[in-house]
Design a protein around this ligand. Sequence first.
Ligand code: SAH
Ligand code: SF4
Length: 360
Amino acid sequence: MNARISRNNLVGLDRQELEGVAQSLGKAPYRGRQLFHALYRRRERNLAALTELDTKFRADLAAHYEIAYPEIQGEFTSQDGSARYLLRLQQKTSIETVYMPEEERTTLCLSSQAGCAVDCRFCFTALLGLERNLSAGEILGQVLAVAEARRIPPDSRLNLVFMGMGEPLLNLAQVMRAIRIFTDPQGLSIPLRRITISTSGIVPRMRDLACDPMRPKLAISLNASSEPQRTELMPINRKYPLSDLMRACREYPLRPRELLTFEYVLLGGFNDADADAVRVADLLRGMRAKVNLIPYNPGSELPYRPSPLERLLAFQRLLTERSIPAYIRISRGQDIRAACGQLSLEGIRHSAIHAQDGFR
Ligand code: SAH
Ligand code: SF4
């Protein structure tokens, strides 16, 4: 009889749950807190290496539990130094996480769902549809797996952005559960101000977030300057119209010096006219906000084309002239399809390939 014992993953459990694990194995709750520190603050990988715990407890733990990260199925490295990771989760689900190193810090772009149900017309993730929500453990696992692969030490400066696959506000409970462990000083110890959630505008969940003292920074994918234009690009605008969205934004509580970020993907000949810029400025008048102008990342499956650079610059100027800070965000990782809206599991059929020099 050697039926394989299936062990439970500790990654994703919070402090109280780990205290419960310790107690279930006959130990005091503080042993669970030591586990929390080992798992998240030190990012230990091996239960046998937790020498602060006695040998019997370690053996009991190892008999029932494991420390499992998502499996890296593919790694596609861009010429600009960023990398797209294809990660394999439970139930054969695959997702993507993007690594973007900068001089002073590293930003990780996380997925909150496998696929997305929101169906924005310019987004490649939309073409996948929604497979399922990710668990908090799978959200944490993205950071742990990429930090391990890239040998990012526990004390280095990490920024997290929920701008990968999925709509984070349609999986808010698990996203917030992960955020509580990310920000815990005994956990990954990443300050709230370095975590951003980007949303297509799920108004009721924005209001829930507004009431949560643990709310991270918020970015709103605006992408249009009028109701009909936004409905055409983002069908979710029928359910949560621009007028309601802007009201929720105006009511959103901001900390000192905090700004709301509005993302605006410029689609050539569609939403990039001078009149669009003026309407965006009107929508945002008086708000503590900035605009990130994102050049459209095109692909043959989608009907749009990028705006020429002079339109991007004119759009930016029209906003800044109206006292709205606007920045042009050149997406990183375009050559490996890791840029904004490009995450669509490309390369999944080539999972055995570990491409170091870019892969398309
Ligand atoms: N679902 C969330 C977060 C993921 S999308 C949201 O929509 O905000 C992250 C950003 O990528 C959004 O601002 C979206 O507008 C942008 N995006 C989607 N497809 C894009 C594309 N093809 N080119 C450039 N940006 C895109
Ligand atoms: Fe989903 Fe965001 Fe893509 Fe829209 S832009 S389909 S909300 S991932």
